[in-house]
Ligand binder design. Sequence first.
Ligand code: AFP
Length: 327
Amino acid sequence: MIKFEQTFMNFLLHHQEKYNRTYHFLILMDAVISAAKHIQQYYLTGALKGNWGLAGEVNVQGEEVMRMDQIAHEIVIHYLKTTERVIHAVSEEAEEIIPLDVDKGRYFFYFDPLDGSANVSHGLPVGFLFGIARRNLDGPEDGHLRAGKDFIVAGMFVIPTGTFTLALKEAGSWRFHIDETMNYVKPIRMQLPDDTKSWELSFNEANKYTFTERVQNWIAENENKYAFRYLGALAGDFHRLLSNGGMFMYPAIINHPNPKKNRPQGKLRLMYEAAVVSFMCREAGGHAVDETGTPILDIKPAKQHQRTALYVGSKPLIEDITRVLRG
Ligand code: AFP
């Protein structure tokens, strides 16, 4: 007997029907899925085609660009254009905001086409992360950099693993797996587990002594209570966290022996990394804050490539670290 599973598109169509929504968002999500499949194929065959190497350029973040970063960016922009529904896009790979359908568009699209560059040359998991906000349809547009709480959805593909997690505003975080026909299928609602047995801590241990003293103290008191996992690509690390619970953190770096390497604002990008996973986490019952204990989803970005520290995961742990961060 063949076992059939519900496809992502079927799931989404029913969702839109249930909430009496327009078809515009479906057009956009169809494009997002096509982009993800395209990136997936380029990544899988990338070693043989020479696409896992450096592109020979440095990006807006001052980091060396991988060939795959460029390919993934190009793919996403192509599909966004076909929708005629996106006003502006913000990409990790482009310094400026990218105008698309400025007059007719309904959505803002914030994305990192291939997050986790250090994994690329090994073919290990990377992510395509995105957040979508809707244009102000009832009055004059008030800008295009929205706080995470104003997203309507946030999602993440883990590539080439073949998983897709989409959080719908006030309607949960849902995980899908790729099948043999390259369809994402079998919606599973994600809920962070209350049972602390499976909880994990995830952060770059090598940075431990560069964190503030209070964060170092928290780590010293808590690190032995949980298993420790770190892949170095947010999508992969957050994927585990959403299943197992615990906390992923990328704290501010303030005590680096080489002061040039300090990152008092944190490392991760607010709009297309931190806000995306924080939105997904909220829809799965979790929470996220920055270095001051401010909820990530409340932060209105001043710049498209703004950085932030991030503490995201199970509510009791985030509440605990928030107390510490607020002193
Ligand atoms: P890049 O894709 O810009 O290389 O960064 C990946 C990332 O932003 C995120 O996916 C990881 O969680 C984090 O950086 C890893 O950073 P470290 O290598 O400093 O631990």
